[in-house]
Design a binder for this molecule. Structure first.
Ligand SMILES: Cc1cc2nc3c(=O)[nH]c(=O)nc-3n(C[C@H](O)[C@H](O)[C@H](O)COP(=O)(O)O)c2cc1C
Length: 156
């Protein structure tokens, strides 16, 4: 994991009216990213192009969500869902995402994704839901704890 411990609790709010757009090849390698995507994720457009889309994967996201995403888009349908992504600096942002295939003459050539802001209430609800899913599936679990100062100094 690449987040640094001072940033991982810092949320970036996607401004109302902004849309994050990306396209990937059939393996999930980013082929297009708009400026909003770069701004919100903290990467430059050039850094995003050519990278796998799981560059942004946040450990709070349940594995099953992405399994479902891939089976849905591979079967020709659109996947809709809520995604928590990790920024380059380790912070995070939440979006509502729609992911689907791009077809040329009925042949699947790429995937595209459009993501927009969601409310604070939805974020709280989805964080709880994903935490529950991860517990149920014995997926990676987030633990935040308080420790005495001496222990903290030893950790450093
Ligand atoms: C068009 C498209 C957009 C995607 N957007 C994201 C995204 O914003 N965040 C994310 O974590 N995964 C996204 N994914 C899914 C990733 O490709 C990947 O499956 C996911 O991050 C889980 O990583 P893993 O498959 O290595 O476990 C997207 C996939 C596609 C095809």
């Amino acid at each position: 994991m690449t987040y640094n411990d001072s940033n991982f609790l810092i949320e970036t709010i996607v401004p109302e009216g902004e849309v994050i757009i990306s396209r990937t090849d059939l393996k999930g390698i980013i082929t297009y990213a708009n400026e909003t995507f770069a701004d919100i994720s903290g990467y430059k457009v050039e850094e995003l192009i050519g990278k796998p889309h799981n560059l942004l994967r946040h450990p709070d996201m349940p594995r099953v969500a992405f399994e479902h995403l891939w089976t849905t888009i591979q079967s020709g349908k659109m996947w809709q869902g809520y995604v928590k992504n990790m920024r380059k600096d380790g912070g995070y942002y939440w979006v509502y995402a729609e992911v689907s295939g791009v077809y040329k003459d009925d042949v699947l050539v790429e995937y595209k994704s459009m993501r927009s802001p969601i409310s604070k209430e939805t974020i709280t609800k989805m964080q709880r839901k994903y935490d529950e899913m991860k517990l149920k599936n014995k997926d990676m679990i987030r633990v935040i704890r308080y420790i005495p100062f001496d222990e903290y100094v030893e950790l450093k």
